[in-house]
Design a protein. Sequence first.
Length: 609
Amino acid sequence: MVLTHAATRDGSHVFHNNLTNKYLLISSSGSVEVSPTFPQGVTQDEEPEVISCLIGLIRLKFGSYIIVGTKHTVTGKILGNDIASIDGYKIFSLGNSNQARSEEKKYLELLNKQLHNATLFYSINNQYDLTNSLQKQFTVQGLKIDERFWWNKFLSDPILPYDNGFEFVTPIIYGYFKSHSTVFSGKSLQFALLTRRSTSRAGTRYFRRGVDVDGNVANFNETEQFFTSDENHVYSLLQTRGSVPVYWAEVNNLKYKPNLAISSQPSLEATEKHFAQQVALYGDNFLVNLVNQKGYEQPVKLAYEQAVSNLPEKLQEHVHYIYFDFHHECKGMKFHKINLLLDRLINLGYTSDNFFEIDLNTKQVIHLQNKIVRTNCMDCLDRTNVVQSTVGRWVLQNQLVKEGYITNIAQPFEKIDPRFNLFFQNFWADNADAVSCAYSGTGALKTDFTRLGKRTYKGGFDDLCNSITRYYKNNWSDGSRQDSYDLFLGKFKPYQDAVNSPFIDRRAPIFQLLPYLMGTSLLILLAIIYYPKGSLLSLKNLVLIALVILFNFSSFRFISKNGYQFVDWPKLVPLDYLKKEDVYNGNGKSVGVKYEKTDQFKGLSKKKN
């Protein structure tokens, strides 16, 4: 299928599917029409250009916009179907969209931020459903797209009534996909890895935590590992990750470790909803909890264990909790001790033959996966990535033995074929980076172990750099990144939710100006040092230097005491743990706003040890 796009003189847009020879017209007013012939009365303003895919249509506050993918790279195949990443995009306005308005520009900036940062994948010609696992595609009758992972569902909604066969709009996932074909032990094989990010409770590291009232958890991802043998047998392994399903938060306060708060609001009903859904979708859940049992993370561990222990008996039969103190067990870079976790899984009934298998020659389903490992650490990123890749390696080894690629199961996997092991480890490390960038804004930590099978000092230094970058982004730039998620996914609709502009800064002047004053004073200090008037040690210069240092010291103390007021908070969708309170002067006149934790999150909190 080749899709072309052209703008018209009246601000409308025409798309042509050369495979079905149909035309899609999106008029300047936003109406949609599909016809077998070129729309009448429409004059093209330019020559049609080939595009990669149509992502969708979005209405902001003052206008509507079409989003298309303009460039793509095929990153591999599933069952012979090409899967591609979207590498370029364009946003076209419909008619006169008042883009010059400052508020509309802000929305467009957020839209561009989401499209620029997201790792989006689609099936060329819509031949493969990336939102559903291989097992569901071969075992569920009348299977529909899984809306949990359909990233452009909101953008597709205006077009779908006229394009329910997906001849124009393309279902897209946010995550990771790559495949590789090779020869191993004299036989061909194909390996692939795919991750789907959930649209529910989606967002950034500190602004989306825990569970919501509907049982959706933050940073939920479904990862699927594929292996196709030379006998045309396809194996699939599913794993999931997701935030601890209780009401909790880490409230940014400009300190390296935010204030960890467990809500006083009971979360049992939400936790039960979450696990009821997970068991219905995946079968028995093996919950691998990797948070620390002491210090800062301890309240999250205790809250999780209390939630699981209070689940109804009918659910507890299908939920198996495993605690593994990752940092304690693997301290000193002894990451091989993760094998202790595999022993725990086996003892609880999760074995390495738990996967989906189908013979494509006969279309016969040979084996079903009815158990899943659900892994979490605090962020469901770094420790989680290491454990998930270890489970994937363990199960793949069993599959390779079953297909005759390996004859000596006692031989360590990493020594079987270094070239095969290299791309296996790099696939999982790249997947870790993709998931981490989406949530924390940087690549994952500890990927040296995932790539090399061991921890290195260079990897430790890279982790330090990533941790510093995370700190900056999580405090001073993630608010707008969270807004970009909420806008793209339709959690905030400007045309109905924004009576007044949400981008106006209503904080008191001291909070708005102080960072700029500090920056200016530091520039003055540098000017005095590099270009002193007379001797640097003259009384006048020393007094100025002392005043600048005293001002910045006092300012740092003020900022530290009022950290909540300087964080880049999201502006579109309110956070469940934060509230904005109006500040009044003595005459009862509003002079600004300040940020405070909500009452539910004020009581049970823990600062860094």
